[in-house]
Design a protein around this ligand. Structure first.
Ligand code: PXG
Length: 294
């Protein structure tokens, strides 16, 4: 096998060094497209149906025709892992409007571009999972749901990138974003949860957040474990005064937040409920998902 990664690109598997798309692709020219970040654990693609459903929903919202069926796109993801002999992987699935010309009009894009990359993941350092991490609130707000709904995982991530730059400049790994009304929304690539007096809260999707797949898994696991979980609006006051705070996302899984804007959360350590949920999620992800090799 070639040591180079094999990338799925429009129906073929090509070497990473040869996986190129046109400068006339509207994904590049206008950020016109949608994507997914997916994980595989222990030979299984985690929550693949949910990721495929989410990218189709996002594509429908932006009038983008994915030239494959859900079953075919599912197979693309699994086959990309197989071709690269991966058991644990970070997968990026992208569908753009395709090659057009120098004009906004998507009518000139005859066929969507589809590519899938399966590679290994670089995680936050283990120490950060044990200790938790500090974050800051970004001045950059999450998109309003009346513009491009944040539920559309589109190739326009500029406001999240600007928030991430604010995190970088503050010397922390993530930034918290508020919605237009100042309500706590989510981080640049993670959903947020707080815990107060044993009860778990996370913002509802209608305030303008991505309907995170890890978020949903964690809510289900928490309820099954007997915790009360509510989707409820809250403000920075509630975050600063929470007993625990944690983030969920495909890349980060479940990670504790121990400081927000200089305010120590709880006792400044990864909290007990956060630890339980991190473990429950970890165990669940190891044993659930679409098998790659059967
Ligand atoms: N909110 C936003 C804005 C996201 O982009 C999440 C929450 C978590 O959703 P899931 O479904 O993953 O639980 C995301 C997804 C990265 C990276 O490399 C992460 C995402 C997107 C792109 C890149 O860290 N997160």
């Amino acid at each position: 096998m070639s040591s180079e990664l094999l990338i799925y690109l429009d129906g073929e598997f090509v070497k990473k060094s040869e996986a190129k798309i046109s400068v006339f692709d509207h994904g590049v020219l206008y950020g016109d497209g949608v994507f997914e970040g997916i994980r595989a654990y222990n030979g299984r693609v985690f929550r693949l149906k949910e990721h495929i459903d989410r990218i189709f929903a996002a594509a429908k919202t932006i009038f983008l025709d994915i030239p494959l069926s859900k079953e075919e796109l599912t197979e693309v993801v699994v086959e990309t892992c197989r071709k690269n002999q991966l058991k644990d992987a970070y997968i990026r699935l992208v569908v753009t409007r395709g090659v057009g010309d120098l004009g906004l009009n998507p009518n000139n894009c005859k066929k969507a571009t589809v590519f899938c990359i399966a590679s290994t993941i670089s995680l936050y350092p283990e120490e950060m999972y044990e200790k938790g991490m500090p974050i800051v609130t970004a001045s950059q707000r999450r998109n309003k749901a009346t513009i491009v709904d944040p539920q559309v995982k589109s190739l326009n991530y500029l406001n999240n990138i600007l928030a991430k730059i604010e995190a970088n400049r503050a010397g922390v790994s993530e930034a918290l974003m508020l919605n237009h009304d100042g309500v706590v929304a989510e981080c640049t690539g993670d959903n947020i949860f707080i815990v107060k007096e044993g009860v778990i809260y996370t913002p509802p999707t209608y305030i303008g957040i991505l309907d995170g797949i890890t978020r949903l898994s964690v809510m289900e696991l928490a309820k099954k474990a007997g915790y009360e979980v509510y989707e409820k609006e809250f403000t920075l006051f509630n975050v600063y005064n929470a007993d625990e705070c944690f983030l969920t996302g495909t890349a980060a899984e479940v990670i504790a937040v121990t400081e927000v804007d200089g305010r120590v959360i709880g006792d400044g350590k990864s909290g007990p409920i956060t630890k339980v949920l991190r473990q429950l999620f970890h165990d669940y992800a190891q044993n659930h998902g679409t098998p790659i090799y059967e």
